[in-house]
Write a protein that binds this ligand. Structure first.
Ligand code: E4P
Length: 218
């Protein structure tokens, strides 16, 4: 399973790269705004910086919601760096844009997926990734992980090459359940990845090993 970081924060991306387990990055307009990145030039240069830090796919989202606008923005983004994946919302014009990009060999991530039907449509249009939002479904009392399961099953039934990128992954159990379900990728904050390190018995065991070593060598 690939680990993507869901952030536009360069320091966090660098930290995950140094941990040696990062496969890519996803961003969205809210995450870019959170880092104070505004204006086309700043946004484009920020995406370039992310691509220079991480050796893997970097999702950059279009802002336009009409076909021509999405194509214009997506082509400009794709020209920035070979690792750019154009992130396109799950709307009618978005599906057409995904087909267009797919035919041109430009990678896409269909975002804001909240149903299996939406995922199927995006896969049919040739999306590289579909992003079901696990946490946001849980937030409204639905089962986000059940959606991941449904999409994994459907794609496997037909051998679709589209990868299931579980998004809005908020905590360690989410990540582990996505792994059990066979999601190809999870994207999450750095705290979820570093959360995988923690176990009290590891801390206790290490303290004992070090204490015993100290005793034996003093
Ligand atoms: C997906 O690519 C989105 O950026 C993201 O995972 C949304 O997560 P959130 O629901 O925690 O904002």
């Amino acid at each position: 399973m690939k680990f993507f970081l869901d952030t536009a924060n360069l320091k966090e991306i660098q930290e995950a790269v140094e941990l040696g387990v990062l496969d890519g990055v996803t961003t969205n307009p809210s995450l870019m705004a959170k880092e104070g990145i505004k204006g086309t030039d700043a946004v484009m240069s920020h995406y370039k910086q992310i691509c220079e830090i991480v050796d893997g796919d970097v999702s950059a989202e279009v802002i336009a919601t009409d076909f021509e606008g999405m194509i214009r923005e997506g082509e400009a983004l794709a020209e920035l760096h070979p690792n750019i994946v154009v992130k396109v919302p799950m709307i009618k014009e978005g599906v057409k844009a995904i087909r267009y990009f797919s035919d041109k060999g430009i990678k896409t991530n269909c975002t804001l997926i909240f149903s299996a039907g939406q995922a199927l449509l995006a896969a049919k249009a040739g999306a590289t990734y579909v992003s079901p939002f696990v946490g946001r479904l849980d937030d409204i009392g639905h089962d986000g992980l059940q959606l991941v399961q449904q999409i994994v099953d459907i794609f496997s039934n037909y051998g679709y090459p589209t990868q299931v990128l579980a998004a809005s992954v908020r905590h360690v159990p989410h990540l582990l359940q996505c792994a059990e379900l066979g999601a190809d990728v999870v994207t999450c904050p750095l705290s979820v990845i570093t959360g995988l390190l923690n176990h009290p018995l590891t801390d206790k065991g290490l303290a004992t090993f070090l204490a015993d070593h100290q005793k034996a060598n003093s």
